[in-house]
Ligand binder design. Structure first.
Ligand code: CTP
Length: 398
C-alpha cells in the first residue's frame, strides 16, 4: 500500500524522536520514499546521520542549506503524498493550530494542501497532554481536518505513568495504511490506458511515427495509481519514464501490438482511456531487408490500422467508462463531438493545439471535456499532472 508513496516525516523536539529511526526504517521497508524535515530541537534526540542513512535523503532543517540553496517548502509539500508529524510536541501543536511559522517543518505544514493526509502524533508528558490549552489546540487541528493519533498510556520520559507516549511506529504505519485504504478515490478501479506514439515499420530500420511523447497518458496513469487504482499502461515508444512502480507497463511499438495488448485487458477494466497517438495508417507490407536507394520514386501503399478507441466502443459494457482524446486543429468542438459519437466514447478530452504549450511534447496542456450530452467543460492551460487530476476530479463529480 505504501509502495512508491512519497512520505514527508516532520520530527519535532521530543524524546520520542528516537522512535523515528524505526519509523523511517519501516516506511522504507514498505517501499515508501521518505524525506524528513526536522526542527533543530529534534536533532538533540536523533542525529541527522541516522535520519539520512535510513531515509536515503538528507534531513532538512533550515530554510537554506549549507550552500545557501533554498529548501523550497512548497515543493516539499507538493512532493509528499502524506505528511506524518511525529513526535508532535505541545509547542509544535500550538504553532500548527495557530498558524505560526518559525521553522521549515511549520512552513511545510502550512503549505500542505491535503489536510486529511497529515497524520499528527502527539507526544509529551501527561500533565502537558491534559493541559486545557493543549487539549484545545488538538481540537482545533482535528476540526480543521487533520488526522490526530491519540497518545498512548504508559511510562513517560519523566518517569510518570499516564497518557502521552507517542504511538509506536508500527501503529502509525497501520493507521496510515487504514487511512489510505479508506480515502483513496479510485481504490477498486482497474484503469487501462494507451499512451505514446506508435512506430509502423517500413523496413528493418525505418518507420512511420509521430511526435507524441506519451506525457499525458503517463500523467493519467500516475494520477490514477496515486488514488489507489490498479493501472495498466500500454505504452508506445517514448523516452518518458513511469515513476510509480505499482503501474504495470506493457511496452509496445506498432499499432498492431498496441491493439493486441490492449484488447486483452478490456474485459477486466472499469475505466478505459485511449490517450495514444496511434498511427492511422501503416505500410501494407514491411520489407524484410533495408530498402535500397535504387529507384527515383518510391511508393508506399498505406493501409488503415485498427482504431483502438472505436473497437473499445463496440464492445464496452454499460459499467465501463470509455474516454478518448481528440487533437484538433479546426472545427474542434464539432470534430470532437463527432468522434465521441462515432467511437461510442463516454467522454472526449479535446486539445486543440492552437496555442503554445498545448499538445504533443509540451509539459502543459489545455483541454475541454465533452460528454455524451454535449456538455462542454473548459479548463485553463496547466501542467499535464494538473490536467490529469482535473480529469480524475471530473470523473468523480460528474
Ligand atoms: N485512436 C485509437 N486508434 C487509432 C486512432 C485513434 O485508439 N488508430 C484514438 C486516440 O487514442 C484518441 C482518439 O482515437 O483517443 C482520437 O484520435 P485522433 O487522432 O484525434 O482521431 P482519429 O480517429 O485518428 O481521426 P483524425 O486523425 O481523422 O482526426
Amino acid at each position: 500500500m505504501l509502495k512508491g508513496k512519497n512520505i514527508l516525516l516532520g520530527i519535532s523536539g521530543g524524546i520520542a524522536a528516537y522512535k523515528c529511526a524505526n519509523l523511517i526504517r519501516l516506511l522504507v521497508k514498505e517501499g515508501a520514499n521518505v524525506k524528513v524535515v526536522a526542527t533543530k530541537a529534534a536533532l538533540e534526540f536523533i542525529t541527522p546521520q541516522t535520519i539520512s542513512v535510513l531515509s536515503k535523503n538528507e534531513v532538512l532543517t533550515d530554510f537554506f542549506d549549507n550552500n545557501h540553496n533554498w529548501n523550497n517548502h512548497v515543493k516539499l509539500s507538493e512532493w509528499a503524498n502524506y505528511f506524518i508529524i511525529a513526535p508532535a510536541t505541545a509547542n509544535t501543536i500550538a504553532k500548527m493550530a495557530h498558524g505560526l511559522c518559525d521553522n521549515l517543518l511549520l512552513a511545510a505544514y502550512l503549505s500542505y494542501k491535503e489536510k486529511q493526509n497529515v497524520l499528527i502524533c502527539p507526544a509529551m508528558d501527561l500533565e502537558m497532554y491534559n493541559h486545557q490549552t493543549v487539549v484545545n489546540n488538538i481540537a482545533i487541528l482535528k476540526e480543521k481536518g487533520y488526522q490526530l493519533l491519540d497518545a498512548e498510556y504508559g511510562e513517560l520520559a519523566s518517569g510518570l505513568i499516564g497518557q502521552g507516549r507517542m504511538k509506536e511506529p508500527e501503529q502509525i504505519i497501520a493507521s496510515l495504511i487504514k487511512h489510505i485504504q479508506t480515502h483513496l478515490k479510485f481504490i477498486n478501479q482497474h484503469v487501462i490506458i494507451t499512451a505514446g506514439p506508435t512506430y509502423e515499420a517500413i523496413d528493418p530500420v525505418r518507420y512511420i511515427g509521430n511526435r507524441s511523447s506519451g506525457k499525458m497518458g503517463i500523467a493519467l496513469a500516475e494520477a490514477f495509481a496515486a488514488e489507489g487504482a490498479k493501472v495498466t499502461l500500454v505504452l508506445g515508444p517514448t523516452h518518458e519514464s513511469v515513476k510509480n512502480n505499482t503501474i504495470t507497463v506493457i511496452n509496445v511499438e506498432s499499432s498492431e501490438q498496441m491493439y493486441n495488448a490492449f484488447m486483452q485487458l478490456i474485459k477486466n477494466a472499469t475505466i478505459i482511456i485511449c490517450a495514444a497517438a496511434v498511427a492511422d495508417y501503416k505500410p501494407e507490407t514491411t520489407a524484410n531487408q533495408k530498402i535500397k536507394k535504387t529507384k527515383n520514386n518510391l511508393e508506399l501503399n498505406l493501409i488503415k490500422t485498427h482504431d483502438i478507441l472505436l473497437e473499445c466502443g463496440k464492445i464496452k459494457s454499460k459499467n465501463q467508462l470509455l474516454i478518448g482524446f481528440a487533437l484538433e486543429t479546426e472545427n474542434c468542438i464539432e470534430n470532437a463531438k463527432e468522434k465521441l459519437t462515432r467511437k461510442n466514447a463516454d467522454l472526449i478530452i479535446l486539445n486543440t493545439s492552437s496555442s503554445k504549450g498545448e499538445g504533443f511534447n509540451y509539459d502543459t496542456n489545455k483541454i475541454s471535456i465533452i460528454d455524451k450530452h454535449n456538455k462542454i467543460t473548459n479548463f485553463e492551460l496547466k501542467s499535464k499532472t494538473e490536467v490529469a487530476n482535473d480529469i480524475l476530479n471530473y470523473i468523480l463529480t460528474n
